[in-house]
Design a protein around this ligand. Structure first.
Ligand code: AMP
Ligand code: GLY
Length: 421
């Protein structure tokens, strides 16, 4: 079988490495991939948003199955276009990917179907939003409606900051058209849990839970990033909470999407907050999380391609999805300055002894030399029986990766370890 994976980050590297365990796969193409995965896939210089190019490549190369991993191509309808030419895909169609593509859509969906989430108001103009903020409870949370590279959420601790956020989104258009509409919502508190799930639109199978670390610096300080590290399983996510989530969030969401005529197939990501009033949805993603995937797939025992194809074919109920016991950790190594300005182009040295534990996100090959080419450069992982041991091993692997200006958080998993005590 010939497979193509659309996307080029650490998540895609993890997906490709896991797919490679399937012996029926003869070749994997990464569109565009990155230089750091050149040993695992054939790199194809077609961007993840170039839907026409992706479809043409799929047809020309007789691709048997496509995995569309990032949000942009899913929201743009890559799956619909690939299916039109007869290529089966992992991922939702455009009308279901809107669950991530529009926060106004997802909030209204949750309200309509009684799925627990933060209270909210939607605004399509600055004046009404600013007026609402005169009396809104503070802190408050301002969210751009559309995709914004994971940066479209601002937590405002003061009324002034809230107003500035509205002006930056609706007047200055810092997120472009994504800020034409905004959601202003209740500030929630509690531990956060990421639950990725496989679904074929009928059955939903949650994967092992995980915890992201979004802030750039130790102690959850600094700017929000795409994610600086992950651990799995998330100790806050007990069996009891999992049962509540299945009943009040996971199944109701799948059913709601069906009722709306927007059947969701692929990976549905539930970003949850365990509030004093119970688990609530912070966000949905229509795809695998990054860097959650790097730890979750390490613990997946079943064959990934088989499970993915079951979501496409509607046979998930008859397919075994098994996870290993034990724990996994991922420490992201980034370029100094990320998520703001950073330099790249430095030689990246990954010791052979840890090469199979590293998922590369931002690198390119220049005359056969691997060089940094992004903010998040790579994720260094490991697994063990316990979280403590997995973290120790992952950090020890970090010391075997070298590039100029590297920085990483030293406290990935610290909160989780504390929670376990
Ligand atoms: P998102 O991009 O939607 O994942 O939001 C980024 C981060 O903002 C989340 O991981 C939360 O830490 C935080 N956040 C989003 N919505 C809320 C909320 N209603 N209350 C408190 N924190 C939130
Ligand atoms: N790590 C969060 C995300 O993928 O959106």
């Amino acid at each position: 079988m010939k497979i193509m994976v659309v996307g080029g980050g650490g998540r895609e590297h993890a997906i490709i490495k896991k797919l490679k365990e399937n012996k029926n796969i003869t070749e994997i193409f990464a569109l565009p991939g990155n230089g750091g995965m050149a040993n695992d896939a054939t790199l194809v210089n077609i961007g993840a948003k170039d839907i026409e190019g992706i479809v043409k490549f799929g047809v020309d190369n007789k691709i048997d199955y496509a995995v569309v991993a990032p949000d942009d191509p899913l929201v743009l309808g890559a799956v619909d276009e690939l299916e039109k030419v007869g290529i089966k895909c992992f991922g939702p169609q455009k009308n279901a990917a809107i669950i991530e593509g529009s926060k106004v859509f997802s909030k209204n969906l949750m309200k309509k179907y009684n799925i627990p989430t933060a209270e909210y108001e939607v605004f399509d103009n600055k004046e009404d939003a600013l007026k609402y903020l005169e009396t809104a409870p503070i802190p408050t949370v301002i969210k751009a409606d559309g995709l914004a590279l994971g940066k479209g959420v601002i937590i405002a601790e003061t009324r002034e900051a809230a107003k500035e956020a509205v002006i930056s989104m609706m007047e200055d258009k810092v997120f472009g058209d994504s800020g034409n509409n905004i959601v202003i919502e209740e500030f929630l508190t509690g531990p956060e849990v990421s639950v990725l799930s496989f679904t074929d639109g009928k059955t939903v199978v949650p994967m092992v839970s995980s915890m992201d670390h979004k802030r750039a610096l130790d102690g959850d300080l600094g700017l929000n990033t795409g994610g600086m590290g992950t651990i799995a399983p998330n100790p806050y996510y007990t069996d009891e909470i999992a049962e509540i989530c299945m009943k009040t969030i996971f199944l109701p969401t799948i059913n709601a999407m069906n009722s709306e005529g927007r059947t969701f197939k692929g990976c549905l990501y539930f970003g949850l907050m365990l509030t004093p009033k119970g688990p609530k949805v912070i966000e949905y993603n229509c795809r695998f999380g990054d860097p959650e995937t790097q730890v979750v797939l390490l613990l997946l025992e079943s064959d990934l391609l088989t499970v993915m194809m079951a979501t496409t074919n509607g046979t998930l109920a008859d397919t075994e999805v098994k996870f290993k016991n034990g724990a996994a950790a991922c420490v992201v190594m980034a370029s100094s300055g990320y998520p703001a300005k950073y330099e790249s182009g430095f030689e990246l040295k990954i010791d052979a002894s840890v090469a199979n534990k590293v998922y590369v996100a931002g690198a390119k090959l220049e005359n056969s030399i691997l060089k940094t080419a992004g903010g998040r450069v790579l994720g260094v992982t490991d697994t063990a029986d316990t979280l403590e041991e997995a973290l120790k091993k992952a950090y020890s692997n970090v010391s075997k990766v070298e590039f100029e200006n590297a920085f990483y958080r030293k406290d990935i998993g610290a909160k989780a370890l504390k929670a376990k005590e």
